[in-house]
Ligand binder design. Structure first.
Ligand SMILES: [Zn+2]
Length: 303
């Protein structure tokens, strides 16, 4: 069985478009909402860049985006990129009960099927917001992998469902699922460092600041996490501005020259990683991440 490359670079593209402003930022400001339309220009630029480097990637597409720009979504699929589920309207799962979350997932999936005939293998929670029930639904809908959690930096995990976190007792670890978790992190996302939203995020750092942060993360992962995944999430409406895109190209160039780094869609990496890391073996090597060995209550709390 082939070993994993030294490092896999997943250039993950969040195509939140208008839904980010309508839902996540709850805007009624037509100017603010129009920022989502920059995803059109940005996506053309990002696709052109990926094409030049032969990169295939994973696009996170809310159903709302698919209905707004069906031709763009079909072009992305035609170029060999994959779509991952990313909400119906970029919702926060915590705003819904289980039945409501189920309806959101059904609508998001229906939109991707209606527009592109795609049933995504991956689930990525909008803005990485998850409720205590989200993982039950990820498993119920048969997703292969999830890219919404931050329990590691560069190594995948098998994800637990049913965790509970009472505020008056020990953390209750749930059951290990077969869903592979691809790690994410805010320092590996372009929104907080670049995007400016009055009273919410200050952003507006120069491209050089993100370049310093991302090359630092890349160099560490390359040196210390063999077989890992460098999962960088960028949004065409953010990264598509000139100096930022040129900075991203320098990072891609650095990765390309490092040796034994491959650019892959998340599903391709998940298949290769899963084949080399059967769940039982992974569990015995990672008891804490599996939720094994914890203490559920103090003796004085049990009678
Ligand atoms: Zn998003």
């Amino acid at each position: 069985m082939a070993a994993l490359p030294r490092l896999t670079f997943c250039l993950t593209i969040g195509l939140d478009a208008l839904s980010l402003w309508v839902t996540s930022f709850k805007s009624t400001n037509a100017s603010m909402i129009s920022r989502g339309e920059m995803d059109i220009t940005g996506t053309h630029r990002v696709l052109e860049l990926m094409d030049r480097y032969g990169i295939k990637s994973t696009f996170l597409v809310p159903g709302h985006t698919a209905l707004a720009y069906p031709d763009l979504i079909r072009r992305i699929v035609d170029q060999g990129h994959e779509l991952a589920y990313h909400g119906w309207m970029h919702e926060d799962a915590r705003d819904f009960d289980v039945a409501g979350q189920r309806l959101v997932i059904e609508r998001g999936l229906e939109a991707l099927d209606h527009v592109a005939g795609v049933r995504p293998r991956g689930h990525v929670a909008p803005a990485w917001n998850m409720s205590e029930h989200t993982m039950d639904l990820v498993e119920e809908f048969g997703f292969d992998f999830d890219g919404s959690r931050m329990s590691t930096d560069f190594m995948p995990v098998y994800v637990r469902k049913g965790d509970r976190w009472p505020t008056d007792g020990a953390f209750q670890f749930g059951e290990l699922t077969d869903v592979v978790g691809i790690p994410v992190a805010w320092p590996m996302d372009d929104v907080p460092i670049f995007e400016f939203v009055w009273g919410e995020i200050s952003g507006l750092a120069p491209a050089s600041a993100a370049e310093e942060m991302w090359t630092g993360e890349f160099d560490y992962a390359y040196k210390h996490c063999p077989g890992g995944v460098f999962n960088l999430t960028v949004h065409p409406q953010v990264i598509g501005r000139g100096p930022r895109l040129e900075m991203l190209e320098r990072l891609i160039g650095r990765a390309s020259e490092a040796g034994d780094v491959v650019f892959q869609r998340q599903s391709d990496y998940v298949d290769a990683w899963r084949a080399l890391n059967p769940r039982g073996e992974w569990r015995s090597r990672n008891p804490e991440l599996a939720g094994d060995g914890s203490i559920a209550a103090l003796p004085s709390m049990v009678d």
